[in-house]
Design a protein around this ligand. Structure first.
Ligand code: F6R
Length: 261
C-alpha cells in the first residue's frame, strides 16, 4: 500500500484527481469505479475542472458505482444515482450508456447483482476504483463482518453508517436499511484502488486499516494485500498512524519516474 499524507482535504483531492486523470489520459477507454458520499466531492469538482479547462476526455470512459440504496428510485433526491448526476456526470461528456449504477429498484436483486458483476467483467474489469472509508472501516457498503471475498450483493447497514449518512436523508429514521454494494472481492479485482479519507472522524478507521491486522471486522484492511492500493489521507485522518513519518519520507523521496504527474 502507498500511504500519501497531504496537509488538507483540498490538496489531497486535487492529487486524487490528478491520479485519476493520469489513468484516463493513458487509456481513453478507462473503466472507472466510483464512490459517493462527502469524500470524493472535491475530487469530482476537480475532474470537472480538468474536463472544462484541460480537455480531460470522458467520451470513452465507462463507470461503475460502488453502491445504491435498496428501494430508492434513480430519480430520488437522496439516491446515489442523483448524487452522481448532480456532482459529476451532468458536467462531463460521458455517454449515458457507459454509466453503471446499481438499481435500487431491481425486482430480482440477486439476478441484478450477477448481471452487474457480468457487466464489470465484460467491460474488461475496473482500472481504478475510487473509495471512501466508513468510520467503521467499511468500503463500498461492506460493513464489518463482510466476507473479504464477497461479490456484489445486498447488505444491511450498521447503525453507525445510518447515523453517518443521516444528513443526506433529513434524519437517521429515513436512511434505508439495505443497499446493493460491490463486494470486497469485486473491489479487490480492480487494477488500482484509490482510497481517500479526510478529517479526524476517519483517523481510527485509517489506523486500523493501514496498521492493524487484516480482518473482516475492518473490511478496508484487505487493501493491505492489494497489488496497487493508494491511501490518500489528510493530516487529521492520518493522525493516529504510527509510521506516518516513514510514509511521508517515502512519498517525498519517490523516484522521478514513479511520481504522479
Ligand atoms: C459510498 C461508499 C461508502 C463511503 C463511506 C464514506 O459510495 O461506498 O463506503 O465511501 O461511507 O462516506 P463519506 O465519504 O460520506 O464519509
Amino acid at each position: 500500500m502507498e500511504i500519501i499524507i497531504q496537509p488538507d482535504d483540498k490538496t489531497a483531492s486535487y492529487l486524487g484527481a490528478r491520479i485519476v486523470a493520469q489513468v484516463i489520459r493513458r487509456r481513453c477507454e478507462t473503466v472507472l469505479g466510483l464512490a459517493t458520499g462527502n469524500t470524493p466531492l472535491m475530487l469530482y469538482k476537480e475532474l470537472i475542472r480538468l474536463h472544462i479547462e484541460e480537455e480531460l476526455d470522458f467520451r470513452r470512459v465507462t463507470t461503475f458505482n460502488l453502491d445504491e440504496y435498496v428501494g430508492l428510485a434513480p430519480s430520488h433526491p437522496s439516491s446515489y444515482n442523483s448524487f452522481m448526476w448532480e456532482n459529476l456526470f451532468r458536467h462531463i461528456d460521458i455517454p449515458e450508456h457507459q454509466i453503471h449504477i446499481p438499481d435500487g429498484l431491481a425486482p430480482d436483486i440477486p439476478a441484478f447483482c450477477r448481471q452487474y458483476e457480468g457487466a464489470i467483467k465484460a467491460a474488461g474489469g475496473i482500472d481504478i476504483q475510487v473509495l471512501g472509508i466508513g468510520t467503521d472501516g467499511h468500503i463500498g457498503f461492506n460493513e464489518p463482518s463482510s466476507s473479504l471475498t464477497s461479490r456484489t450483493r445486498i447488505k444491511t447497514l450498521t447503525r453507525q453508517t445510518r447515523k453517518d449518512n443521516a444528513p443526506f436523508f433529513n434524519g437517521e429514521e429515513n436512511v434505508p436499511d439495505h443497499v446493493i454494494t460491490m463486494g470486497v472481492g469485486t473491489i479487490m479485482d480492480s487494477r488500482m484502488c484509490l482510497l481517500m479519507a479526510f478529517g479526524e472522524k476517519k483517523a481510527e478507521a485509517i489506523a486500523a486499516m493501514v496498521e492493524g491486522p487484516i480482518t473482516a471486522s475492518v473490511p478496508a484492511s484487505i487493501l493491505q494485500v492489494h497489488p496497487h492500493a493508494v491511501v490518500l489521507a489528510d493530516e487529521k485522518a492520518a493522525s493516529l498512524l504510527k509510521r506516518a513519518d516513514y510514509y511521508r519520507w517515502v512519498y517525498e523521496n519517490k523516484p522521478e519516474w514513479q511520481k504522479y504527474k
